[in-house]
Design a protein around this ligand. Sequence first.
Ligand code: SRM
Ligand code: SF4
Length: 567
Amino acid sequence: MSFEDVKRDSRRLRGALAQDLQTDSSHFQEENVQLLKFHGSYQQDDRDQRVERRKQKQDKAYIFMVRSKIPGGMLTAEQYLTHDRVAGTYGNGTLRITSRQDLQTHFVLKGDLKECIATINRSGITTWGACGDVVRNVVASPIPIDSPVRRDIWRLARELKDVFTARSRAYSEIWLDGEKIGTGGELEEEPIYGDAYLPRKFKFGIAVPPRNDIDVYANDCGLVPFAKNGEVEGYTFLVGGGFGMSHGNRKTYPALAKPLFYVKRPYVIEACKAIVLAQRDHGDRSDRKHARLKYLIYERGVDWFRQEVLTRMDPRAEVSEAKPLLWTTVSDMMGWNEQGDGRLFLCVWVPDGRIKDAESVQYRAAFRILAEKYGFPIRLTSNCNIIFHDIPPALKDEVDQVLRDHRVPDSTHMTEARRLGMACVALPTCGLALAESERVFQEILDQIDVHLRELRLENEPLLIRMTGCPNGCARPYNADIAFVGKSHGKYVIFVGGSHRGDRMAAVDQKMVLLDDIPRVVRGYLEEFAQHRQPGESFTDYWGRTRHRSSDARPEQFHAVIEESAVS
Ligand code: SRM
Ligand code: SF4
């Protein structure tokens, strides 16, 4: 049965999930596996055990990933502590901050899934719609500085979450013991999604210039506020961002979102609805690899799409040309910062977002103390870091001591490349991983750091990202340098994106062994160190010395394109 049929026949995403949940089997049946995603969980297997278990003729070691949906990455200390407990009780004792400000618990067993999801819900956070063909978690710049603009973007993130939450009560029935509708009962209306939901996932992101700290161009729809007299007047809309592709399949390619229009604040939600409806109606439902909004935008054109959106909007909506946007960086405001209201916030670097305790450093224990003893509210960042805020200056030394006691490194001493870098989850949980990512990234950076320090580039804003396959979960295609898994121990290297997140890289090396990556990177760094102009960043150096059309072309993600270097 096609995925479209599965959705349509699922009785609003119920399928036979409830029945399947009650069996002793360690895993769900195929169609339910697909539906489970809408409820915020992926069926996976421990890939470290795959070969051995196959040899022993055993079933796969089935496990579940549970993704909590956290708009703008905002959660209370108590909600964080609930996740910490869930990770300890039902998961593998680690939490993963995702590249979209969510928290993931890995290694949950099927028998614990219901209690795990119910516990998260009791804290006021849901997993409903964290995955699946719906509007996913809305990312929004997490900097906790109180201002009318920031208050508005967080309000917008919550509004979007409410508008686009699927109306089906399937989730409540299955996981929260909500009242069940009988098999012959009336199904709920899904005014936005209809019977078959969206052709594919849909992502909104809200960024505040000049800091592109949520990678606004990677979203199906990016929103950027414009302020007049200190208040938000409206938002510029960018459409058609998305990073998934398949190696060798030129029909698939990553894309940056393009300007659509500018809309006054009262019509922003309506414009968002019209965009989602246009994608619902026109997205390619015959091929899931070609179903994201980016393909409509890039293949039918932004003008055509604008028309489709406008016909779905109130004609009185004030729509005008998108505002020009300028960005300086995708980075977080690391370390201690003033909040503007006399209090402080602290952004702590978390390697690849994995909150865990090891002998060398205990992130989980340190964060638990900061949440439990002091109750500081939390923001998760799209760079997979964590912010504690509302901290009275008098507590700064105590907080630093907690971090030191648990050997949490002070990011001010790191190379800028390490502070900025990010790797996706990949092995052993991700079913799509072709190669390692999170588990090897920091070691690769150790070696790259040596080159950076030798070449005196340690303070250069160099954006390095890594993924275990071409789906792009750590957003490799707009990085200065990226390693994208191709097969076991082998990577494609992309170069030429931007530390501002607004330019695409291109394939530079089609196949590099994991161990060779630092040597190859050294080559780029030496060239940059020798030929850069004073004060020029790697991003600007690459842009100046490579002839490439400003619009990315699908070919550049699949083959090394000849380009002449200008010296
Ligand atoms: Fe992703 C699929 C992890 C952000 C593009 N992603 C997956 C799955 C669920 C694998 C699967 O389908 O079986 C991964 C689960 C791994 C695991 O064990 O946890 C996975 N994606 C992640 C996370 C956890 C990576 C991380 O290191 O943080 C991120 C969770 C975000 C969240 O909280 O919602 C994550 N994924 C992204 C992003 C980045 C972003 O949105 O800013 C992208 C690129 C942007 C985009 O959507 O185009 C991304 N993930 C994909 C794709 C490619 C989609 C496409 O259009 O082709 C897949 C594969 C798919 O959907 O078929 C995928
Ligand atoms: Fe898995 Fe690929 Fe996403 Fe990495 S990029 S988490 S390997 S799907």
